[in-house]
Design a protein around this ligand. Structure first.
Ligand code: HEM
Length: 488
């Protein structure tokens, strides 16, 4: 059947096809390596067309591979494309919600109310909830830094970051009880490591550890403390889940909470790790950010206005997101239709899938000079170095937060919390990379998913207690899972 389909005469308006001899999986194994190289090779094979088709996990996938169109084309609003297909895939494959339940959760009415709730909570500066969320996040961070952590403590950077992500991003948004589950960050790491395989359709049986981690996280959400410490936002979502004709079962409600946990940490934690890594690795960048941080040093809580400043740190955050974020915008094609990509239109058949890969834009050498280099000041004032070859200013050179119906509602909250966290850490600790740190192999985002800088060891030393250096080993939080022994 597959061979027949492969050799069937195709409509000349369809994108050119790149073949693969692996049944069902198609090009999946190639995407498991260096995606940028793979897409560049495929583009050569189709004579530089901006889109090509390949078989992936039993489906025809059309990949948009021209930097100019990787965002605009998949996020075009068209009734022939399912605007929330990635969300549906994630809910089914990763979270374990049935097909019928997913369709109900993603009905236009439910999505509208969910979006409004997200927006009121995370986006509207005027309503004050964004401010109070940023404040709660900082209170959690203050608790952590005043708990006596980090006196001459060597720590694995990505473990430090995942713990912080739960405390400063997920807990203030969902329920403060999340901070009390000591093994949550570890479970979360295990689950996040499997998310790309799951979303691609790898059967659960092949990923037992990942599924167990997810189920263990679900149990944490079932504990009565979860609702007792839930935020107003979560309580309003609960109210909404219980209202209307189609009420959510307890099972689906818990699963949607796990899904929100993933949304609030999956990108946040690796981004925070990479920001810290680059700052610790680049002394000029560190000193420039520290100058901004010191000005806010005495304050217990930084206001939104304080955080709106900090231009150097803003540039560092954007540059880190450019260099490390990975997203595959995805649309399922509901009806045959022709999509315009540049000068030409291409026929996409019902049942196929349109996809792109954001690093194609983020590593475009015509958009960013020396695109594989970390340049902390790339987005700073007159140093903006992101122009197309013809000198035309690119409208929006960073495309990490999705678009259309899938635009990330955390896109404002994220920079505030990242800034508050970095400034607080800089004002509290002296931090340095340890000599045994390996330079991360996955320095640039060429993989199918965002990666953490693993094997990066760094040391925290409380600034005000330098004379009282003591090693903390073996305390029960993940944050202080020290690696002093290895470091020595
Ligand atoms: C560097 C940090 C982040 C990046 C790069 C990022 C990126 C994204 C992207 C690309 C999507 C769309 C996924 C899709 O196409 O379906 C998304 C969705 C989402 N993000 Fe973020 N995100 C970040 C941080 C956050 C944070 C901190 C929060 C909340 C506190 C958050 C909340 C969400 C939610 C709730 C959704 C799902 C929206 C929905 O279901 O309609 N994100 N994010």
């Amino acid at each position: 059947m597959w061979i027949l389909r492969k050799y069937l005469i195709r409509d000349p308006r369809e994108p050119k096809r790149v073949s693969s001899w692996v049944p069902y999986f198609g090009v999946a194994f190639k995407l498991n390596g260096n995606c940028l190289n793979f897409f560049a090779k495929c583009r050569e094979q189709v004579n530089d067309e901006p889109i090509f088709t390949a078989r992936l996990m039993g489906k025809d996938c059309h990949f948009v591979v021209d930097s100019k169109y990787v965002i605009d084309v998949p996020y075009k609003r068209a009734p022939q494309m399912d605007g929330v297909s990635l969300q549906k895939l994630f809910l089914r494959n990763n979270i374990g919600i049935t097909y019928a339940e997913t369709e109900s959760l993603c009905s236009p009415e439910k999505l509208k109310v969910k979006k409004e709730l997200f927006h009121q909570n995370l986006l509207h500066k005027e309503s004050g909830s964004l401010q109070s969320l940023v404040e709660t996040s900082q209170i959690e961070l203050l608790k952590l830094t005043s708990e006596g952590q980090g006196d001459n403590t060597a720590t694995l950077l990505h473990r430090f970051a995942i713990d912080l992500a739960v405390r400063v991003s997920a807990a203030p948004m969902i329920s403060l009880s999340l901070t009390t589950h000591k093994d949550l960050p570890e479970k979360l790491l295990t689950f996040l490591n499997g998310t790309t395989a799951l979303i691609a359709g790898v059967p659960w049986l092949l990923l037992p550890d990942v599924i167990k981690a997810r189920d263990d996280i679900e149990k944490m959400f079932e504990a009565k403390e979860f609702l007792e410490n839930a935020t107003d936002f979560t309580l309003r979502r609960k109210e909404f889940a219980n209202a209307g004709v189609i009420r959510q079962t307890q099972r689906v409600w818990i699963k949607t909470q796990v899904s929100t946990l993933i949304a609030t940490t999956a990108n946040f934690a690796p981004t925070l790790s990479w920001i810290l890594f680059h700052l610790l690795d680049d002394h000029v960048a560190y000193n420039a950010v520290e100058k901004e941080a010191i000005v806010l040093g005495e304050k217990k809580i930084y206001d939104i206005e304080d955080l709106d400043g900090l231009p150097v740190l803003s540039s560092v955050i954007k540059e880190t997101i450019r260099l490390h974020s990975v997203h595959f915008p995805t649309k399922d094609i509901l009806e045959d239709f022709e999509v315009k990509v540049g000068e030409k239109s291409y026929l996409l058949k019902k049942g196929s899938r349109l996809m792109s890969y954001t690093p194609i834009k983020h590593y475009d050498p015509y958009l960013f000079s020396n695109p594989f280099e970390f340049q902390y000041d790339r987005f700073l004032g007159d140093n903006r170095k992101f122009f197309y070859k013809d000198g035309k200013d690119a409208r929006d050179p960073i495309a990490a937060f999705g678009g259309g119906a899938q635009l990330c509602p955390g896109r404002r909250f994220t920079p505030y919390v990242l800034k508050a966290t970095v400034v607080r850490l800089m004002n509290t600790y002296n931090m340095e990379l340890l000599a045994n740190t390996k330079r991360p192999e996955d320095f640039v985002a060429t993989r199918a998913h965002i990666v953490f800088p693993t094997d990066v060891h760094f040391k925290l030393e409380k600034k005000q207690r330098r004379s009282n250096i003591k090693c903390q080993q073996g305390t029960d939080t993940l944050l202080s899972q020290t690696v002093t022994a290895q470091a020595a």
